[in-house]
Design a protein around this ligand. Structure first.
Ligand SMILES: *Cc1c(COP(=O)(O)O)cnc(C)c1O
Length: 354
């Protein structure tokens, strides 16, 4: 990068932080004083500004609302014990955001707007990063199409925003998961690997149906046989089978390549485990369970980090686990959190200082 990015900054007159107690604050409910906004027009990004968090004025014909060109990311920033602020692996999210953009026929966002813009925004709202264990600042970049015509075509104009939301400990109670046999999240050639808004709209019915039966989420399976395992809700999934870590592989493009998934693979290898990224079927899982080989099951994602799974239901079979005895998942979670909170060596360079 040569020139520093020129960002217009308008500061909020009064901070809302005074009205809020950051302790145990719920996920995604409150937003900081400022947001970043940029517009894409005539083939270039312009009007990059940081301004007070506020509503947007949009036309009813906004193309994103009708045809769904909308993508997002989820990242976290932490405050270390000595007060420094860090973002966890934002370059990985930056790359993934542009892969989502490419798939959805949207323009790429330049690195300086995404990364430098994010850093400047967080720096301005630095006091909003809760300085408490397990608390963090959730960062939500989002891009959507803004043409105001009902013609079905890729939009010529887009808006990019970064919102910041302080968040308390994400209490991930051990989950009960139903293996999905009716609905499909992703198929080869589709958009499953992208973080586009429609993927989430399309998955809500399955989650709601599962909840009616007492389950927290579904374990997605492939579109053709409902047999090959994909991911749990908005998390990637890991299995410990007979001392070996296994997670579904990414090559079919039907799984979101989680940054937490990637971090978990590296840390599990550090812990001395072999990690197999490969196709894994529900039949292999039930068979391993019946032999007593299926030791631990957990999900990985930015919001919860590691979420233990205590029950998996497939047809009339129920596989039960005791998450309190999950030694590997617990150790993995501790190692990951220690790095994020600056308490363990960051040997992979995951933390970007602000
Ligand atoms: C965001 C997301 C994940 C987790 O990705 P992280 O980068 O680890 O937060 C997993 N699956 C889906 C469908 C997601 O949207």
């Amino acid at each position: 990068m040569t020139d520093a990015l020129e960002i217009n900054v308008t500061k909020a007159e009064r901070s809302k932080l005074k009205d809020l107690n950051l302790e145990n604050i719920p996920f995604g409910k409150y937003f900081t004083d400022h947001m970043l906004e940029a517009d894409y027009e005539n083939g270039e990004w312009k009007n990059v500004e940081i301004k007070p968090y506020q509503p947007l004025l949009l036309e009813p014909s906004l193309s994103a609302l009708h045809y769904g060109q909308a993508i997002f990311e989820g990242i976290k920033a932490y405050r270390s014990e000595d007060g420094d602020a860090f973002i966890f692996r934002p370059y990985d999210n930056f790359r993934r955001f542009n892969q989502s953009a490419e798939r959805m026929n949207m323009p790429e966002i330049p690195e300086d707007i995404f990364i430098e813009g994010m850093k400047q925004l967080i720096d301005l709202d630095r006091n909003w990063i809760p300085a408490k264990p397990d608390h963090s600042l959730y960062i939500r970049p989002v891009m959507f199409s803004t043409d105001t015509t009902l013609g079905v075509k890729p939009s010529d104009t887009y808006k990019f925003l970064i919102l910041l939301s302080p968040t308390g400990p994400y209490y991930a109670a051990p989950m009960k998961i139903a293996v999905e046999e009716k609905y499909t999240r992703a198929a080869p050639g589709g958009v499953g690997f992208s973080k586009n808004a429609g993927n989430y709209g399309g998955s809500m019915k399955a989650a709601t149906d599962a909840k009616k039966l007492g389950y927290d989420q579904v374990l997605w399976t492939d579109a053709f046989e409902h047999k090959w395992l994909q991911e749990v809700g908005m998390m990637n999934v890991f299995f410990i089978i007979n001392g070996l870590a296994v997670t579904p592989s990414l090559e079919e493009g039907t799984i979101l390549a989680g940054v937490t998934r990637d971090s978990a693979i590296m840390l599990l290898k550090d812990m001395g485990f072999t990690v197999d990224e490969r196709k894994i079927s529900i039949d292999e899982l039930t068979s391993a369970y019946s032999k007593g080989y299926l030791q631990e099951v957990f999900g990985t994602g930015t919001a919860a980090t590691i979420a233990m799974i205590k029950e998996l239901k497939y047809k009339d079979q129920v596989m039960e686990f005791e998450p309190a005895n999950f030694k590997i998942a617990a150790e993995l979670k501790n190692r990951m959190n220690a790095i994020k909170e600056g308490k363990a060596e960051d040997k992979y360079g995951w933390l970007i200082k602000i």
